[in-house]
Design a protein around this ligand. Sequence first.
Ligand SMILES: Cc1ncc(COP(=O)(O)O)c(C=O)c1O
Length: 472
Amino acid sequence: MDELSTRLDDLRDQGLYRRLRMVSGPQGPRVVLDGTPVLLLCSNNYLGLSDHPRIREAAADAAMRWGVGSGGSRLVSGSMTIHRRLEERLATFKRTEASILFGSGYLANVGVLQALGSETSMIFSDELNHASIIDGCRASKAPTFVYRHGDLDHLEWALRTQVPQGATGKPLIVTDSVFSMDGDVAPLEGIVSLARRFGARTVVDEAHGTGCVGPGGRGAVAAAGLEREIDVIIGTLGKALGSYGAFAAGSLELTRYLVNASRPLIFSTAPAPPVVAGALAALELLESGPERVERLQQNAAVLHAALVDEGMALTTGPSHILPIVVGDATTAMTLCERLLERRVFAQAIRPPTVPEGTSRLRITVSASHTPQELRRAAQAIAEVSRELGLPVGSGPARPSITKSDDSFGEWTAAPSKSRVSARPQDGVAPTSAPAPAATRATQPTGSAFFDVEQVDPSLVRASRGSGLGVRF
Ligand SMILES: Cc1ncc(COP(=O)(O)O)c(C=O)c1O
């Protein structure tokens, strides 16, 4: 049999096979999915802007004025005025000196981390960071230490003990702000204070914060009052802002450096005028109508309360991203299919997007859902969960890990294959984290789990020569 068929069969056997489902018409709170009208509960179109008339119009006008394509990399065929206009607008929105556009959030994370990470520095990355951050760490020349999810003690310990001897570059701490699969928020204040203490740079990915949380939707960084404290804020234009593309915001020097060093920026075609104009229009709508953000958060609260009323054992608070962790991949798919029979589409998320044993429905709400729709969805989710006899629960926002659970000494013990996991297994939400005696952390990636040594400097140096993967 052809090797690819075998690989596909393996995926099917593990309940991990994926297929594309067809949506007719624009993205909205309700869509026609594979020919059937359903309530859509898994889009990142959080503010319902992707088909807003003003944004469609702005994109169409831009196509007429500037054309559809940008023609090349901005370094080759020139930067267009519309790029500059959006960058200035985004910098004002994020209260930074400057910003620079990227083709997508994936490219922004890869491009920023590749450019900032160097052989003489080290990256510290939360274990539940998005796959694009993981790939950015891999693309950089810096060794990466993966700290336990939201665990400031572990991060502090790592900053204190794990920087390779002779490293002269600044360490770099990178985290999602609102975590994409759990909806919890990184402990940004603690991260900033550790960064100050250890002279580290901070990169915060606001893909799910921008337009969703904070004053005027300015993000979790703004909500924490840290706008002047973060070195690089990544934001995406394809989620709450309803368009496509992304940006990195920070100092003017940072953006100048990225223009000179970030490969996805240098070697890839610039964002297309219609999507840039669409994002500009979205930003204007957001700034003139911040009540959309309030509606999104009210809807998140409505869905959360309705699920609790239905008897669901949620352990996360209200958020526009709500995980219903069931554990096993096949069960998550069955739950998704049964919900579709009730015309509710909440996507099942399985490894490698989430760690093994934590497959889930990832429910997202939009400002454009009605409270009635969300209550009906909660009822359907609870009914189907009961039908399947599921021990349902929601993933932990941030489990508290105590030193008695897991002494720091153990983290430096001999390498073990066991995973550092801060997640509940099979839907059972722990009151405290599991106690791994591990020296390896595992991150889900776009293609497979990727093991990362908690770095022994000599191993890192050795791996650089040999190409072995003790770092990514
Ligand atoms: C946290 C996070 N960062 C980056 C990205 C990538 O953004 P984009 O879809 O614009 O490539 C995503 C995508 O879902 C994400 O969740």
